[in-house]
Structures are given as C-alpha cells and as structure tokens.
Ligand binder design. Structure first.
Ligand code: SAH
Length: 524
C-alpha cells in the first residue's frame, strides 16, 4: 500500500485540496450518529477513527476507503500521538482526499477537536464539523436520569475529571462548582473519583448527594453504579468499574428509580451468541438487541454455491412440468432464484407448478420474488410439510426439492412412500467457517455467554465441531453457565444427541418466537 505521506510530499500538489470532516460518532450505540455524520462516512476516502467511536460505524464506509485507527489516548502500542494524528489529517487532505475524522461523542467536548482544526486552519485546509451526542447526555439518558429537571436543577456543568484535584494549580474552581451548579458531569473521572468526591464535599456539597457512574453508556455492555458522594468511590472500586465511564452528580439521579428504562429491558446485560450464517443472522440479532441483549455473532455456517449447477439448470429447463416445487429453507429460496434469473427466467417459469414451503419465513422470502406459497404447513418442519402434502395426496405427482447438497432425507422418503416421484437438486452447500475456534472456546470459558442459539441442526454440529471437545463431561462443563436455545424439535434432538440439555425452545418454530422464549426464560 502506498504511503500517503510520500504521495503528498513527492507528487506535485493535486489540483484540489481535500476536505476534513470532523464528525461526532455519538456515545457508543452506533445508531446514535447523526444523519449528516453517516452520509459523510458513506462518501469518505479516508476515515481516521478513535477508540471511543463504535467500530460498527465503519460498515457505512465504502470498501475502497482507507481506515486509520488513531487509537486510545495515552496508551497502547498501535496508537498515534496527537501530533501524528494532526499530520495524518493534513497529509491526506493535501493529497486531495475526502477525510472523515471520527471521534467518540461530540468532537468539541473533551475531544481535542479544536486542536485538530487549528492545525488544519494553519494549512488552509477546508473543514467542517458535525456535532455528536456527547457521552454525558447519553450516560444520563441511558441510566434513567434527566440531566436537568424543573423540580431539581436548573444548571449543568461538564467537567474534566482528568486533572488531579489535589494539584495546587488546578483550573477547576471547586468552591464554585460544588455549590453553584445543579448537575455535575465528570468525564475521565474514574481514576480521580475519590478526590473528586472529597473535594466536592469539602467545598460544601452535601455528602448525601446522589451519584451515578455509568460505564460504556448506551451500549449493550453498559454498567452503572449508584451511591452518594460519601460512598461512590468505594462502590465503584468494589464493582471493578474501569474507564470509559462518566460520573453524574446531583439530585436528578434520584429520578432513576422511576425512569430507568434502558437497563430494565428484558435481556439487558445478557450475552447471547448467534450461530446462524451471517446472511441470515440479522433478524435474530435485531430482535435480541431490541430486548437489550449483548449479541455475539459467531457464524458456524457459511453458505456457498453447490459443486455444480447442472442438476438445477436441468430442472429449471422443465420447471413448469413439476406438480410441486418445495422450499425447505430460506437458503433454498435465496439461492434458487438468483440462478433462475441468471438463466434468463423469472417467476413465470413455474407455470402451473404448485409451491410448498416449510414455514412463514420461507413463505415471506418467496413473496419477495413475486410468488405466494400454495402450501405452508401448520407445523414448520420438514415432517410438517411432508404430512400436509401426503394429506393433500401426492401419489403419481412429480416433485422438485431444491435444497442443500447434504440434507435430511425425511421429506423425500415420506413423499416417495406416498407414491410421489421426487427429484432433489443442490442449490447451495453448507461449509464450516474456520479460523475462530479458539476465540469461541475462550468466549465460553473466560467471558460469560448467557445463551447460545441454534436455528438448525447444522449450527449445532458445526458449533460442537468447532469447540472440538471429545469428552462429553467436559463439554457439559464448558457450557454449564450457558443456556441452550433451539428453534425446534429437530435442532433440539441434535443438541440432546450430543449429551447436552435444551433449556429454551419455542412452541412455534420462528425467530420471533425463539426470542420470546429467551425473554420468558430469563423472566422466570
Ligand atoms: N468527546 C467525547 C469525550 C471524550 S473524553 C464525548 O463527547 O463524549 C473521554 C471520556 O468520555 C471517557 O473517559 C469517559 O469519561 C467519557 N465517555 C466517552 N464515551 C463514553 C461512554 N460510552 N460511556 C461512558 N463514558 C464515556
């Protein structure tokens, strides 16, 4: 990769100078960036981002853009000094690039945004600033504290807790802020919390004033600790709270008892592992996050094209001649239709053929391709589909099943026994992703995983294969603090066959029902 510094120095000055956009990333939840900020990210050529800016925001950045991690202030090997960061911005802008400088929270609130812009101004580099939701308001909001309230306070101050308050030359006027302002919010105040609290009390603030400390506010791993000026430092220490965290001091903290909405969501503080393919995980992930869960996406299956398209192509050539075409998974639908289109055909190719699907999600996907399923079984399993078809009468009928290269045979066998002529063709194959087996094991043992979700038998087998634990007792031990959620009986059976218990299973086998069952599990 060419060094942009060299480019800037060696080449003649480009026709246009680039522009630097100093963008506030918001406090942690990636959805809290501004619309303007997201638009700029989607047009960026270079993004220089901080430790506090959610890495999830990088998904808005074009693939070709260069990403530069500016790191965590004050530490770490892979970080840049402020001077280096300034230079990076200058060099890329002079090389004519569109640069987004992405900073946690709001760039002008304890973010050194001003310093970076001064340097750009000295080089006559054009810039714009996009404000962000600062972590102080986010921490208060997500801890259930209105930062101001008519009944409690009419002023608020944002203060750096970074300065050692015992220093004689402190620039913070403790006497005035302690009694002159209602709500006090300290950024970077965890290390100095004992002396911050002492100073405020000494300067006249009531020792009983309520305080909340909020770590990683607005994210699924948010933690908060409540106390008073007198005991908050001890409580924070006992709870092992480390930065980044904010300290909110004032009577408004009392309101938390009534309006602590974020931390009261049903799955708040629960870590849920999703083992579905990346393509299919999003519905499950969104629904779990909606309930407050901290979701770990660890795909145990990757979908690839079949070894050969020939069997499908032959079937497509006579698609209208089948009596039934059956889709037993979302993947079957999602891999069948692109190939149909590639062959220059569309939904009309089905002719008079009836279409059966395994469940509501498959039916929904089919609808996306302009087709309504003729048959959705009452029970969303292959057995359920087989029973419905046999009930409708399949003797002498020709049936096509586009499906995974390796799949269960129950549907085929039941239909053949009932006198149907069944043809199965592969439209995709499941492969096991490799490379993060160790990470998976580590997460289960060293970090806490409250639930692991399985949405098919192959997710179970692949997951266990990746854990590679031959001793069944050790496997049980490895998963002893993790509840196992299976979408339906077949998946559940595969779990049990491997010597594990199923803790959660919904009565109807859909993703929303699975999430509801997980919520119920933790409510009881
Ligand atoms: N410009 C940022 C602040 C940067 S200073 C903003 O506007 O929010 C860094 C400090 O911000 C941290 O030490 C911590 O006190 C606070 N902070 C940033 N993000 C936070 C978060 N998600 N939760 C709690 N504190 C956070």
């Amino acid at each position: 990769m060419p060094d942009p510094t060299d480019t800037a120095k060696n080449k003649a000055q480009p026709a246009k100078t680039g522009k630097v956009y100093l963008v506030g990333a918001g406090p942690g939840d990636p959805a809290l960036i501004t619309v303007r900020g997201r638009d700029l990210l989607s047009r960026a050529e270079v993004v220089v981002y901080d430790y506090l800016a959610s890495p999830k925001l990088l998904r808005y950045v074009p693939r070709e853009a260069e990403l530069i991690y500016a790191g965590k202030r004050g530490g770490g090997k892979h970080t840049h000094t402020q001077e280096e960061i300034n230079q990076i911005l200058v060099d890329h802008a002079l090389a004519g690039r569109n640069v987004v400088r992405l900073k946690g929270g709001d760039p002008f609130i304890f973010g050194r945004g001003g310093e970076e812009l001064e340097v750009l101004a000295e080089h006559n580099i054009p810039f714009e600033v996009v404000p962000g939701v600062t972590s102080a308001t986010a921490a208060a909001t997500y801890a259930g504290v209105p930062i101001t309230h008519r009944g409690y306070t009419s002023s608020v101050a944002f203060i750096t807790g970074h300065e050692d308050p015992t220093k004689s030359e402190t620039s913070i006027d403790w006497d005035r802020i302690a009694t002159g302002i209602g709500t006090l919010v300290f950024y970077m105040g965890i290390k100095n919390l004992p002396s911050i609290a002492t100073n405020l009390i000494r300067a006249g603030r009531d020792a009983k004033t309520p305080v909340v400390v909020v770590r990683w506010a607005s994210t699924p791993i948010q933690r908060s600790v409540v106390g008073t000026l007198a005991d908050i430092a001890d409580r924070v220490k006992a709870e092992g709270i480390t930065p980044p965290a904010l300290v909110v001091v004032g009577e408004v903290v009392k309101l938390r008892d009534k309006i602590n909405w974020f931390e009261k969501r049903p799955l708040f503080g629960k870590r849920v592992m999703v083992t579905r393919t990346r393509e299919q995980a999003s519905e499950l992930v969104n629904l779990l996050e909606e309930q407050g869960a901290d979701v770990l996406e660890r795909a145990t299956i990757a979908i690839q094209p079949p070894e050969s398209w020939e069997p499908l192509d032959l079937a497509l050539a006579k698609l209208h001649q089948y009596d039934w075409v059956l889709f037993t998974s979302l993947n079957a639908v999602q891999n069948f239709f692109p190939r149909l289109h590639e062959q220059g055909k569309d939904a009309r190719a089905f002719g008079r053929a009836h279409i059966g699907v395994v469940g509501s999600a498959t039916a929904e996907a089919l609808r996306g391709y302009g087709l309504l399923a003729d048959l959705v079984p009452a029970k969303f399993t292959s057995e359920g589909l087989a029973a419905s078809l046999v009930g409708a009468g399949v003797a002498g009928k020709s049936i096509l099943i586009p499906r995974a290269a390796k799949a269960r045979e129950v549907l085929t066998e039941t239909l053949e026994q009932a006198g149907a002529m069944v043809e199965t063709v592969p439209v995709y194959q499941n492969v096991r992703p490799t490379g993060y087996e160790d990470q998976l094991r580590q997460e289960l043992t060293e970090e806490r995983v409250d639930v692991v979700t399985f949405t098919s038998s192959s997710t179970v087998t692949n997951f266990l294969h990746m854990l590679n634990e031959k001793d069944p007792r050790k496997l049980v031990e490895l998963l002893k603090n993790t509840a196992i959620a299976a979408i339906g009986p077949i998946t559940g059976q595969t779990v049990r066959k491997n010597g594990l218990a199923v803790d959660i299973m919904p009565a109807t086998h859909t993703i929303p029902d699975l999430v509801e069952a997980i919520v119920r599990h933790f409510a009881s």
